[in-house]
Design a protein around this ligand. Structure first.
Ligand SMILES: Nc1ncnc2c1ncn2[C@@H]1O[C@H](COP(=O)(O)OP(=O)(O)O)[C@@H](O)[C@H]1O
Ligand SMILES: [Mg+2]
Length: 259
């Protein structure tokens, strides 16, 4: 992986809240097109790490470079326009609007001009076409005209991924995308992310509790423990590492689901 310059380069990233060291001196490079999973027990610092990458939090120290540009300290909407999009552990959907309208809003927000959205018919049509294409790409066409509040939890999470992709990101941060899903719904998310990853257009960071999902999707795994980088390696090496097994995976069967 040495040859090309990384899409994301993190050096000495640190965040403390008062006396709590949430993220401590994390350094790593992520290559374009890679899927990196981030695992670690509750409180390991995964969400804080995402918040530092997406501009929701300023680091206490350290640096984050995206395509060579320093982004730490920039506002979330600026980071998002640069091509980094994140999903949340909770749903961000407008329940009273249709699935299509939710996706159209996400596209419009990315374009950043709500007046155009209201006033210019040709722009409206372009947004409409983009939403149609995106829903089709994600296999969600059948949900387009449904009211978002009435669809299943799993479908809502899929629509949320559509909204994450609406801003045409290069780097996608997914925070526990399969949390609370049935095995069936989890399978659909895995297929969706795998298909998107194969296009080579996206770099994914995924936090996930379900180890089957992690080992299914990840090119590399970052193991966090108490804010620090415990290990960063291939799924095979992470699975085999005794310290990881002790700290997180559980000695007996590293591939079972953790809660
Ligand atoms: N806004 C905050 N204020 C104070 N402490 C926080 C805040 N956010 C997270 N923490 C603390 O930082 C640590 C890491 O939390 P978090 O990043 O949510 O971990 P994870 O997502 O891996 O469960 C925890 O000890 C948590 O209590
Ligand atoms: Mg979290």
């Amino acid at each position: 992986m040495a040859a090309s310059s990384p899409i994301l380069s993190i050096k000495g990233l640190t965040k403390h809240f008062g006396g709590v060291q949430a993220v401590t001196d994390i350094s790593l490079d992520v290559q374009a097109g890679e899927t990196l999973a981030i695992i670690g027990p509750n409180g390991a610092g995964k969400t804080t790490f995402y918040n530092l990458l997406s501009g929701r939090l300023n680091p206490s120290s350290g640096s984050v470079r995206f395509k060579g540009k320093e982004i730490s300290g920039l506002a979330p909407h600026v980071v998002s326009r640069m091509g980094i999009s994140r999903s949340f552990q909770i749903n961000n959907i407008f329940p009273e609007m249709s699935v299509r309208e939710n996706v159209e809003v996400a596209i419009t927000v990315q374009q950043g001009e709500s007046r155009r959205w209201l006033n210019r018919a040709s722009d409206n049509q372009q947004v409409h076409q983009q939403a149609t294409q995106l829903l089709q790409d994600l296999g969600l066409t059948h949900l387009a005209e449904q009211i978002a509040g009435t669809i299943s939890y799993g479908d809502k999470r899929l629509v949320e991924i559509a909204m994450v992709l609406a801003i045409r990101p290069e780097l996608v941060l997914l925070d526990e995308p399969t949390a609370g899903m049935t095995p069936d719904e989890t399978g659909r998310v895995v297929e969706l992310v795998r298909g998107l990853a194969r296009t080579g257009k996206y770099t994914f960071l995924i936090t996930e509790h379900d180890m089957r999902v992690v080992f299914d999707l990840a090119d590399r795994i970052l193991v966090m423990h108490r804010g620090s980088r415990l290990m960063l390696d291939s799924p095979e090496r992470v699975r085999a590492n005794p310290e990881v097994r002790r700290a997180y995976l559980g000695e007996e069967d590293p591939v079972t689901e953790q809660t």
